[in-house]
Every structure is written in C-alpha cells, then in structure tokens.
Design a protein around this ligand. Structure first.
Ligand SMILES: Cc1ncc(COP(=O)(O)O)c(C=O)c1O
Length: 452
C-alpha cells in the first residue's frame, strides 16, 4: 500500500470490515466513500479536527517566538459556512470581514464587534453606514473612502467620532500563489494594476487628514497576497520592513499607532513537491523585525483564511462514467466548475484521490465535470495517474475547505453541493443536501407562469 504524501492532512488508510483498504479521517470510524454513499453528492466535508490542529499550530508558533499579544482574525471570505465560523469563534478567533454581511454573520454567531475588522475595496457609503452601525472597525483602503467617511460624520449619517480605524497600506511588495492573488506593489508581473491599499507616498497625508478630522487610527494593515509559501518569505519580510519603517515614521510624527495587522495569505502545500508553510519561521520573522524596528505593539493581528481551513476540507464526488475517447480515458464526475470552481479560477491543480480504491493499479485519466464547457475539466491537458477508477467510485478533491464552496455557483442549474462538518465522532449536515431547483428558484419572484 502506497504511503500517500497527503495523509498528514488528517487522513489514514486502513481496511474496512470487508477487508478492503479505504480512506478515513483520522480517528473517525466511517470511511470517506461510505460518507459519500450515505449522503447526497457532491458533498464538501469539513474536518473540524484539522481546523483545530491548524489554529493550534499558528498559536504555538507565536507563543514560542513572539512575546506580545496576538489575535487571529479568520478571513471569512475563505469559507463562510456558519458551522465552520462558529467553530473558529469557539476557538477565540475574530473576523476579517470583506463585506458588511460577513461582519454581520460574525456578530450573529456571537463574535464581539471589537474582534471584527472590515477590509474591502469598492467600499460604498452604504457599506460604511452599515459597518459603523454594527460598531465594527473599518480598515480604510483609499483616500476617497476616508474623505467620504469624514463627510458622513459631519452630516450625521454615521456616529461621530466613529470607532478607531485601521489604514491599509500597499507595502510595495507582493507575492501569491498566482497573479490574481498578489495584492502588494503597483502591478502584477503580467501588468494587472493593483487596486489595494493606500500608497506609501500618501500615507502620512491620510493619517494627518484623519486626525485633523477627529478620527483615531490605531492600526496599520498590509496584505501581500494569497497562497504564498516558504519561497516567498523574503518578499513578506521586505514588505514587513517597509511597513515597519513607515510605522516608525508615523509614530515619530506623533500618531498613536498601537496595532499592526500583517494580513493573511499564508498558503498550504497542495502538491507533493511543495513544502509546508513554515509557521515557526513566519513568527520568527515578525518577532525579530518588530524587535529590530524597536516597535512594541499592543496587538499583533494575523488574518489567515485558506491557511486555516483549506486542507481541512474535501469535496466528495461520484464517478458516473468512465470512457475512452480519442485514446484518452475520461472519468466523469457529478460535479463541475460551478460546484468546484477553484481549479478553473486559481490553482489549475487539485490533488484527486480515489477513496473507493486507494490501492488499485495506477492508470492515467482526464477527470472532467458535468458543465457544458471543454474547460470544465479538473486535470486540463495533463492526464492524472490515479488508482484504477470504476463507474460508481468516489473521488475526493483535497484542499477543498477554502474558497471553493463560497465561490461555487448554480451554473447549468446544477445546485451547489451539500456541506457537512465532521466534529469529533459526529458528522453534522450543514445544508439540506445538494441545492434543489426549488431552492435555486426561491430567490426569484414567481411572477412568471410555470406549467406543471
Ligand atoms: C485583507 C486580506 N486578509 C486576509 C486574506 C486571507 O487570505 P488567505 O485566505 O489567502 O489567507 C485576504 C484574502 O484575499 C485579504 O484580502
């Protein structure tokens, strides 16, 4: 039996009662294939034990190498499943909200407003009214946003003075798993102008403007991008040094900063040849950089999203067809780019596991979805070696705990996948199954006629 590289993500392989090798979540008695057989597929299954392990890893790294107070604000955009957010809240995490609704969900789940910060672009006046009424902290992304907030304070549309603010600076350096995920610098390598944060040359002016208008800014925030790994640590360090130099200049100019938010973006190993994200090194880099800059924070904030939840989730999908076409063996599954969009949107890669047959002889396949596009494939132009796949087998798409579900859609009127959470020895249904036509249609006003 092969020792698969991904087993450390909370899996084990052992024989079931019939003596067949199956893939299990560690310390959970039902194997993944059986979960898929007894529940509607496609289904995302989040493994709470793995989420807990990831949070503990982050906390351990910082308590070992950094002496000050640290808060984890989970980036809800990575995955808003409320059961998952509740779990993170129970572990003491706050929220990085990318929309008023993400902040509202955090509040509904009992997360105190002071542990919620909103960071967004394209922030409208209506957004700011909602956010200030919820009393959550706003991280200012543009000068325009700041000026409009001041204007609304003066006209009484938002409380005056509002809560302390944060300002997001573009740290001049970016890194990420792909060009769409880089958020620092002027442009990506392919020339996409970067839209995030206030540039260094305008930062002093922004603080000055805020203070002259009675606003307190106690937090400086930056985020270099998403999906970066060990080889990008030097880029993170350069960004951090830039930000700390500016932090010091702002303090010397009399602005009373007390908090630093280093963003999220810490990636995960989703291919065998990659290495794990070095949380210890990350904590050391932050601790030593702060020491060298002689900056003592009241609070250091981390905003991981995918880094906490990505490899805590799998998507289980059932194979309905295996057929050779033009010399290629195609495996067709009951999900597609709408249900599992991340391969198409970002990675171009997802580790696929045949959980029905982990010890079968290796063959090469194209793994394809059920949407009507040639690009609806999970393996693109590279055939995937997999243990022999048979019709009826269940495949697990690994690292499915992050952006995949929140970004899924009802393309072709295939309902979004079912969602479950494994928590200790419980398997909790988080949705009512794969979204039905009625559920999809429920948001449309039925002023059309439907013949029965
Ligand atoms: C400001 C900010 N913080 C945190 C995150 C979380 O990133 P990740 O899920 O890659 O950790 C993002 C992602 O877009 C972000 O924009």
């Amino acid at each position: 039996m092969e020792q698969y590289w991904w087993l450390y993500k909370g899996f084990e392989i052992h024989k079931n009662e019939e003596g067949q090798n199956k893939v299990y979540f560690k310390s959970y008695p039902i194997d993944l294939e059986s979960i898929a057989r007894y529940n509607p597929t496609p289904v995302y299954v989040m493994n709470a034990d793995r989420v807990k392990e990831k949070v503990a890893t982050v906390r351990r790294a910082f308590s070992t190498y950094y002496k000050g107070k640290v808060a984890i604000h989970y980036a809800v955009k990575a995955n808003y499943i409320p059961h998952l957010l509740q779990l993170l809240a129970e572990m003491g995490c706050g929220v990085d909200a990318a929309s008023p609704n993400e902040a509202r969900l955090g509040l509904r789940l009992g997360i105190p407003a002071e542990k919620i910060m909103f960071t967004g672009t394209s922030v409208s006046d209506a957004d700011m009214k909602e956010l200030t009424s919820m009393k959550v902290r706003i991280n200012i992304d543009s000068f325009s946003q700041l000026q409009r907030l001041v204007h609304m304070m003066k006209t009484g549309e938002v409380p005056s003075p509002p809560l302390p603010l944060s300002i997001r600076i573009n740290p001049n350096v970016g890194a990420g798993g792909d060009q769409y995920s880089i958020t620092g610098g002027a442009k990506t390598a392919e020339g996409i102008p970067i839209k995030f944060g206030i540039e260094e040359k305008k930062i002093l002016q922004a603080f000055d403007y805020a203070y002259k208008n009675g606003l307190v800014v106690d937090t400086l925030h930056f985020h270099i991008g998403s999906g970066w790994l060990a080889q990008d640590m030097a880029a993170f360090q350069r960004a951090l040094h830039n930000v700390l130099r500016i932090y010091r200049e702002l303090m010397d100019a009399g602005f009373s900063l007390t908090r630093l938010d280093v963003g999220g973006g810490t990636g995960i190993r989703n291919r065998e040849e990659q290495s794990h994200f070095p949380w210890d090194k990350y904590a050391i880099v932050i601790a030593t950089s702060l020491e060298e800059a002689d900056i003592k924070l009241e609070l250091l904030i981390l905003e991981p999203g995918a880094g906490l939840v990505s490899d805590s989730g799998v998507m289980l999908t059932t194979v309905n067809t295996v057929e050779e076409k033009n010399g290629v063996e195609h495996v067709y599954v009951d999900s597609g780019m709408g249900i599992f969009p991340s391969v198409r949107l970002y990675h171009g890669w997802c580790e696929i596991v045949n959980v029905s047959h982990p010890d079968g002889p290796i063959r090469e396949y194209a793994v394809d979805g059920n949407a009507c596009e040639t690009g609806d494939t999970f393996t693109y132009d590279q055939l995937r070696p997999l243990p022999e796949v048979r019709e009826g087998d269940v495949l697990a798409f690994l690292d499915a705990g992050d952006y995949a579900y929140p970004e899924s859609s009802t393309y072709c009127l295939r309902g979004r996948a079912h969602v479950m959470l494994r928590k200790g020895d419980q398997l909790i249904a988080c949705t009512r199954g794969v979204e039905s036509l009625d559920e999809i249609m429920s948001r449309f006003i039925p002023n059309y006629s439907e013949s029965k």
